[in-house]
Every structure is written in structure tokens, then in C-alpha cells.
Design a protein around this ligand. Structure first.
Ligand code: THU
Length: 136
């Protein structure tokens, strides 16, 4: 299934917008993510930090956990908005690949919303871990 240009624009817009809700009081590095399901629904998430730093949840994982909690398990694309258009961390790559190994990934710095980098999760996470006994 191909992600349309208008869906890409909407993913980027939503990721930039939701980023304003990030709770990044320690790192001062807010992250917004927007995920597009197979049927065209969007789920957004932000990083939520904690005084006990290791309890922080990344924006990408907030978005996918919200989507899975709502009953969605098939995804087409994610947009991630950060300063410097940073790429998802290894933990988020592994969580995203559980549901969408070839997910389209859009990276954007909200200060340059027209400058969107495109990649795919299989490029970002070659050799992903797959549980050997997983049911097909
Ligand atoms: N962070 C994300 O939300 N996503 C990533 O892929 C990498 C890092 C967050 C975690 C923490 O709140 C802040 O960015 C700095 O690491």
C-alpha cells in the first residue's frame, strides 16, 4: 500500500503538533511521533520523561502503544519530529518492527517542516530480532 503525499504531509504536521505535548523536562529534547495505520487512522505520541530517568518512554513507543491498545496492529508509516530530525532509537526500532518491519519512516525538524527525510525501518534495523518460535 502506498502512502500518499497528503498522508505524508498530515503525518509530519501531526508529529510536529503533538510534540508540543512532550514531557521532556530533563532532557529538553521533545519528541513527537505520528503513526499511520493500514486503514488510514493516525495515532500520535510524545516522549514522557520521569525523575527516575530509565522509566522514560519515547514518542514513537507512546504512539504505537496507543495504536495497539486501540486495536490496530498494521501500520504504513511513522513521522518523528525532533530538533535535528533525529532517527528513532534502537529500542523504538525494535518495537516498531514487531508490527511493521518495512514501515516508511519520515524524519523532520519542526523548524524546517518542508525538509523531510524518508527512510524505512528495514534500512534502519537490519537483522532485527524475531522470536524463533513466533506463530505465523
Ligand atoms: N527519545 C524519543 O522519544 N525517541 C527516540 O527515538 C530517541 C529518544 C526521547 C527520550 C528522551 O526523553 C529524550 O528523547 C532524550 O533522549
Amino acid at each position: 500500500m502506498t502512502v500518499s503525499e497528503s498522508q505524508k504531509k498530515e503525518l509530519v504536521r501531526r508529529a510536529c503538533e503533538i510534540r508540543k505535548n512532550a514531557y521532556a523536562t530533563y532532557s529538553k529534547f521533545p519528541v513527537g511521533a505520528s503513526l499511520l495505520t493500514e486503514d488510514g487512522t493516525f495515532f500520535d505520541g510524545v516522549n514522557v520523561e520521569n525523575a527516575s530517568f530509565g522509566l522514560t518512554t519515547c514518542g514513537e513507543r507512546s504512539a504505537i502503544f496507543a495504536a495497539v491498545s486501540a486495536g490496530y496492529q498494521k501500520f504504513q508509516a511513522v513521522a518523528v519530529a525532533t530538533d535535528g530530525a533525529a532517527s528513532p532509537c534502537g529500542a523504538c526500532r525494535q518495537v516498531l518492527t514487531e508490527f511493521a518491519p518495512d514501515l516508511l519512516v519520515l524524519l523532520v525538524d519542526p523548524a524546517k517542516p518542508d525538509d523531510v527525510a524518508e527512510t524505512t525501518l528495514d534500512k534502519l534495523l537490519p537483522g532485527r530480532f524475531v522470536f524463533p518460535h513466533k506463530d505465523k
